[in-house]
Design a protein around this ligand. Structure first.
Ligand SMILES: *Cc1c(COP(=O)(O)O)cnc(C)c1O
Length: 208
């Protein structure tokens, strides 16, 4: 693993035994994409595990997640962001999040468009958050064998991250660029990723 790059072991759909093996090998950072599954796994794993939520999050499940995650990587609308903020304030905790940006072709319909993110920071709306800290950007490249396309997608995600810092140079703690999965993480790292989310390459194929 290149220096300065952290690894999220994406354990969704894998049994707790698999997570324990990874834990025993030293892994402390795990990623889950479904609220129920995460809540089931948390009490079965040691307390020093850090959990990242990486899936599409519905507002009606937010209250269950608040206070349980080290980072919610997949905030994909301003409405969800504000909802997380309200629920965090009510619970008396600060929630750390990434904004998910959508650049890939078809793959996922989730995520902010780059322009929506720029508008958000230009209007300095983050200043009105009471209990939420935006720590950076998460994105996915197109699910494609075309390396140039994938590299281009990562470059665009990186540019979104850089542009936010140009728009709001006084932002504090905006230092996470999460991109790269099993099939494309070396390319993501070469484009500046410092957080990769790897499932299949660690745990094998998922059984849905
Ligand atoms: C499932 C998932 C991953 C891991 O994908 P692999 O190809 O198994 O490494 C990474 N990021 C997100 C957002 C995911 O949903």
């Amino acid at each position: 693993m290149p220096e300065g790059v952290r690894l999220v072991a994406v354990s969704k759909f894998h049994p707790v035994e698999a997570l324990r093996q990874a834990y025993d090998a030293g892994q402390r950072l795990f990623g889950e994409s479904r609220v129920q599954e995460l809540l089931q796994k948390i009490p079965q794993m040691p307390d020093d595990v850090q959990w990242h939520f990486i899936g599409h999050l519905q507002t009606n499940k937010v209250h269950q997640l608040i206070g349980r995650t080290a980072l919610i990587e997949s905030v994909d609308t301003e409405r969800l962001l504000n909802f997380i903020d309200r629920k965090s304030e009510e619970a008396g905790v600060v929630t750390r999040v990434l904004l998910q940006v959508h650049v890939a072709r078809e793959e996922t319909k989730f995520g902010f468009l780059p322009e929506e993110i720029f508008d958000y920071f230009r209007a300095r709306k983050f200043e009105s958050l009471q209990a939420t800290h935006i720590c950076g950007i998460m994105g996915m490249a197109s699910n494609s064998d075309d390396k140039q396309l994938v590299e281009h997608d990562f470059m665009r995600i990186r540019e979104v991250y850089d542009e936010v810092l140009r728009i709001a140079p006084d932002l504090r703690g905006f230092d996470i660029l999460s991109m790269g999965m099993s099939g494309d993480w070396p390319l993501a790292v070469s484009q500046g990723s410092n957080l990769i989310r790897v499932g299949t390459a660690i745990f094998g194929n998922r059984e849905y």
